[in-house]
Design a protein around this ligand. Structure first.
Ligand code: ZN
Ligand code: ZN
Length: 324
């Protein structure tokens, strides 16, 4: 519908998807943007930070990503969202109701979970090592893996809730795991990274819990679970497609992407975990991305690095199968 649009400043003809004039860099939606800015400021002054954040999110879609204006508006969105999240009822219910309420909430939308369970053999058979453990421990192992994947998904939901963003119930995809859809308003690169990496962080927590159970029970089942789950979470760290790593890397600058690559390379050499070759190759490709942010996101870099190192370490733990 913007087919025949011309730049208001220099008259250059603009094709449909452009957000800024290629000749004079004037913003295409300049008028709409200043209207949104005025409205958002008025809402913020009135005290409705949630509404102001929503308006700024709309502005994000009209700004070229990684332009100075986009960076500034993204920061505004994050500030307002956190401030409004602290006020809102939803956030307080989440804090008092805790994880239990969230799990029950997710299970009530259990159709998807059941559909996922029925397809679990497909998931398991795709992972040869898991197939071996399946043959040793049978359905108990399968159930435990599903629970671990579910914990990963709840990590995403918790991150969305903490940011005051709506989330769907976790959905299982055979062979890949599961995903939580982000619905509604667009998210900023930093939010996206935080939400994306929260799944693997909770997944790492599930592996650590399994290792703690091994420590107390000396049952090799728990080591097998911890390492299988670590490999699944590492697969999700590949920064490509809709995988978590793709969102995780979004807020990293080029310099940070090269540093991350170094972390992956050193961890790969030390652990000899073949999955890190895949993660590293895709990360190398993302280190050449033209649209990477200029602002640096060190908390995201730290999260990504810790995940690579910790998941690799757990994934190569020897499983004492003969003990059973
Ligand atoms: Zn122009
Ligand atoms: Zn995930």
């Amino acid at each position: 519908m913007f087919d025949s649009q011309r730049c208001t400043a220099c008259g250059t003809e603009l094709s449909g998807s452009l957000l800024a004039c290629p000749v004079c860099h004037t913003l295409v939606h300049r008028d709409r943007l200043s209207a949104i800015a005025a409205e958002a400021d008025a809402e913020a002054t009135r005290g409705d930070k949630a509404r102001a954040a929503l308006l700024w999110r709309e502005a994000l879609t009209l700004l070229p990503e990684h332009s100075k204006q986009h960076d500034a508006v993204a920061r505004r969105v994050e500030e307002l969202t956190l401030a409004s999240g602290a006020q809102s009822k939803d956030a307080s219910r989440w804090k008092t109701g805790g994880i239990g309420a969230l799990i029950i909430g997710a299970l009530t939308k259990g159709k998807l979970l059941i559909a996922g369970l029925l397809k679990l053999p497909t998931l398991i058979s795709m992972l040869a090592f898991a197939g071996v453990y399946w043959s040793i421990w049978g359905w108990q192992f399968a159930i435990a893996i599903v629970i671990a994947i579910y914990i990963h998904e709840i990590g995403h939901v918790a991150a969305l809730r903490a940011r005051g963003l709506p989330a769907s119930a976790p959905m299982f995809i055979p062979g890949v795991g599961a995903f939580v859809r982000l619905q509604g308003p667009v998210s900023t690169p930093r939010e996206d990274s935080y939400i994306g990496l929260s799944g693997p962080i909770w997944g790492l927590g599930a592996s650590l819990a399994a290792l703690a159970l091994f420590y107390f029970t000396h049952n090799a089942f728990w080591v097998a679970l911890a390492s299988t789950n670590a490999v699944i979470n590492m697969f999700n760290l590949m920064p490509v497609w809709q995988l978590d790593g793709s969102r995780g890397i979004r807020s990293l600058s080029i310099r940070q992407r090269w540093l991350l690559l170094a972390v992956i390379a050193v961890t790969g050499v030390m652990s000899r975990q073949p999955m890190l070759v895949l993660v590293g190759l895709v990360a190398l490709w993302r280190a050449f991305e033209k649209n990477a942010p200029r602002l640096e996101d060190w908390p995201a870099f730290a999260r990504y690095s810790v995940l690579v190192i910790a998941l690799a370490a757990i994934s190569i733990m020897p499983v004492p199968i003969s003990g059973r």
